[in-house]
Design a protein around this ligand. Structure first.
Ligand code: ZN
Length: 249
């Protein structure tokens, strides 16, 4: 027996299947994802392909059976994509993939609000992408409080050693690799954990970050997320062409 279910959510991915079908992955406000098969969507004159467009806010009626969902009716409420350039497309693809993977890894309902907010923040830039990564890592439990040395518990002051791959933060007394550069990055992450994006980007520390610091922070967080998820993000490759990794990275 199949059941009819109503849902709304944000399209995060689409994939063409044989016979003109499209598999549409939708992030639901509950933080879960659902794969909906739209039979014959590519050849349909009646139904719009916009329904399968990534970043569309949609509502649908679907038949579900044994964990599979097939589209009965669907409509686009509005598109959350506001980009105009190839770079915008690449950044949006990255945000959508990150949110989808985080949802599947159990980030919970907040990942939906994070994605919605990120798509509505126009234009998306490196600062926003870094902020999304900070929040996603918080939701997944990768990043916790970043105010104390993880070894001796003393408050972080002049310099720290930050290793995103080991999720390690140590003070200058506990690790001789401690630097002021890492301290600034750790402070930036701390602000991202506790501030809304609108306030985060106005913080003096964030405003004072150089392009190279922003790149460094983003790619460090990106690497640690990939390590946590256990596989590379498809969209990160195109993103690396838009935001080349710093040479010393
Ligand atoms: Zn210490």
């Amino acid at each position: 027996m199949s059941a009819l279910q109503k849902l709304s959510g944000i399209v995060i991915h689409r994939r063409r299947l044989g016979e003109g079908d499209v598999l549409v992955q939708i992030l639901l406000p509950s933080g879960e994802t659902i794969d909906v098969r739209a039979f014959g969507l590519l050849e349909s004159r009646r139904r719009s392909l916009l329904f399968a467009e990534p970043a569309s806010l949609v509502e649908a009626e679907v038949y579900t059976q044994e964990g599979k969902a097939a589209l009965k009716e669907g409509r686009v409420i509005r598109s959350l994509y506001q980009g105009r350039s190839y770079q915008d497309l690449v950044r949006t693809a990255y945000i959508l993939e990150t949110a989808g993977l985080a949802a599947r890894a159990g980030a919970g309902p907040d990942v939906y609000r994070l994605l919605e907010g990120a798509l509505e923040s126009n234009p998306a830039d490196l600062l926003l992408l870094g902020f999304v990564l900070i929040r996603v890592q918080k939701l997944l439990g990768i990043l916790g409080f970043m105010e104390h040395c993880m070894k001796c518990q003393s408050a972080l002051s002049d310099a720290v050693y930050w290793s995103p791959l080991e999720t390690l933060i140590l003070c200058a007394r506990c690790d001789e690799r401690a630097s002021r550069r890492d301290l600034r990055l750790v402070r930036a992450i701390h602000l991202g954990l506790s501030r809304r994006f609108g306030f985060y980007k106005e913080e003096p520390l964030i405003c004072s970050m150089t392009d190279s610091e922003r790149l460094h922070l983003f790619w460090q967080l990106q690497r640690s997320l990939e390590q946590f998820l256990g596989h590379p993000l498809r969209s990160a490759k195109q993103l690396a062409a838009v935001y080349p990794l710093p040479a010393h990275f």
